[in-house]
Design a protein around this ligand. Structure first.
Ligand SMILES: Nc1nc2c(ncn2[C@@H]2O[C@H](COP(=O)(O)OP(=O)(O)OP(=O)(O)O)[C@@H](O)[C@H]2O)c(=O)[nH]1
Length: 436
């Protein structure tokens, strides 16, 4: 695949643009992590090869359940929330554990945004009394990245449909142009027209839920290229012909199928979806070989413009309003998620005998669970449960070793939100009521 895209702009000479945030979402197994890995290493290579070298992408891992992340991330939810302990403490299954971990992480969204803005937006030059030294080669570590990349949990609905997902996306998109990369497993999705349509309907629901520009990324083109899928999208007659062919195949094979109802529905939907497809960019990539990554980055630039034109207007005015919404309405909803979790204690599918005393002492709350995390994490952590992976962040944390139970959690929430009262109190009050 040609890599003929223009070299990245030199941030030292070009008017600085904020980086674009790429949020990778997709069904479990579609290849999000492999794609993120490929994208990150591609951008690292591109930044190193530029003259002068530019800043590499800023990377966030938002999947609390992933065992190992193949790429280097600057911010990792796992440093802040211990997924296994969350499952244990709230008696949750895997999906509830991911949801609750994301909820806990989302209470720290303002800190995350603070770090992102500090690291990724051009900062006003520091006042200096000494004469500027002549530095012909800008230091890439002092430059801002062109891309922020986020990998999300495999359980797509947990991220896209949860309050915490909305909080994170709305916070991100108020500060940075934000684009969704909807990763699709091409061979699996084009197995038949019904699977294809299901995936497209999922994409449409995310598009309308988030209202962010979206790129459909047909992944795994090394196994099957995107031609058929794109054909089905661009020309509904091609799609309808495929539906007919499948129906005939089923009739000949004696398979009942949807008895005509299914075919009719698929045909109607293909007509309706024409309008939706028009709003999307489509690229074929292979995360395994790297094919199509440059085309994807070109599509991202197109979507950045769309974001600036259609999404950005009014955003600056709405920033304060959105922040308030985040703290009030969504946190209320988010605590509702925790409430569901707390009710599961002792009654639900994942209920269990009361934990023996020594286990309780081991970690009674999420905050204590965090305290018990490995020494490596604790060293980086400076008191508020939040950590940026590559550097120490000067946060005025307190030693909360003595804080146990609900008070400890309350302090966590208060700290997480950088103040006392408001949403923090609301969160802890909710927990007090539901857990007490
Ligand atoms: N052939 C091929 N396999 C791929 C490609 N991308 C990912 N895979 C494989 O697809 C499987 C799933 O990939 P992951 O990157 O773990 O997918 P994911 O969406 O992050 O998975 P979850 O986090 O569990 O939802 C792995 O076996 C990958 O090796 C690709 O471009 N080509």
């Amino acid at each position: 695949m040609a890599s003929s895209a223009a070299p990245p702009p030199d941030p030292s000479t070009s008017p600085s643009k904020p980086p674009v945030a790429i949020v990778c979402v997709g069904m479990a197994g579609s290849g999000k992590t492999t794609f993120t890995h490929r994208l990150v290493s591609h951008l690292h290579n591109r930044a190193a090869a530029a003259t002068p070298p530019t800043a590499p992408p800023y990377v966030l891992n938002l999947d609390p359940a992933v065992r190992s992340v193949p790429f280097e991330s600057n911010v990792d939810i796992r440093d802040s929330v211990n997924y296994k302990e969350v499952m244990k403490q709230y008696n949750l299954g895997p999906n509830g554990g991911i949801l609750t971990s994301l909820n806990l992480f989302a209470t720290k969204v303002d800190q995350v945004m603070g770090i992102l803005e500090k690291r990724c937006l051009p900062q006003p030059p520091a006042l200096s009394t000494t004469a500027p030294a002549s530095t012909p080669t800008p230091d890439p570590t002092l430059q801002t990245p062109e891309h922020i990349i986020l990998d999300t949990p495999g359980q797509i609905e947990v991220f896209v449909w949860s309050a915490s997902g909305s909080i994170l996306l709305s916070a991100l998109s108020t500060s940075f142009p934000t684009v969704l990369a909807y990763i699709i497993d091409t061979p699996r999705t084009t197995q038949n027209t019904a699977t294809f349509m299901s995936n497209m309907l999922y994409a449409i629901s995310i598009l309308y839920k988030t209202r962010l520009p979206m790129i459909l990324v047909f992944n795994k083109t090394d196994v099957k290229d995107e031609t058929e899928a794109v054909g089905w999208m661009r020309d509904f007659e091609t799609f309808q012909a495929a539906v007919r062919e499948e129906e005939e195949g089923e009739r000949e094979g004696g398979i009942g199928g949807g008895g005509g109802y299914m075919g009719g529905l698929l045909n109607s939907m293909s007509l309706v979806l024409e309008e939706f497809y028009a709003h999307l960019s489509v690229v074929g990539v292979s995360a395994a070989t790297g094919d199509g990554i440059e085309e994807f980055l070109e599509a991202v630039e197109g979507k950045r413009e769309e974001f600036d034109k259609e999404f950005r207007p009014g955003m600056d005015d709405r920033k304060a309003e959105l922040k308030k919404e985040r703290e009030q309405a969504d946190l209320g909803r988010m605590m509702g998620d925790l409430g569901v979790s707390s009710k599961a204690k002792g009654t639900g599918k994942y209920s269990k005998r009361p934990a023996p005393k020594h286990e309780v002492e081991e970690a009674e709350t999420v905050s204590e669970a965090e305290e018990l995390e490995e020494e490596r994490r604790r060293e980086r952590e400076d008191g508020d449960g939040w950590v940026e992976r590559d550097e120490d962040e000067p946060v005025g944390g307190e030693d909360d070793e003595d804080e146990g139970g609900k008070e400890g959690l309350q302090a966590r929430y208060a700290q997480a939100l950088g103040k006392s009262g408001g949403a923090a109190d609301m969160a802890s009050e909710y927990i007090r009521r539901t857990q007490g």
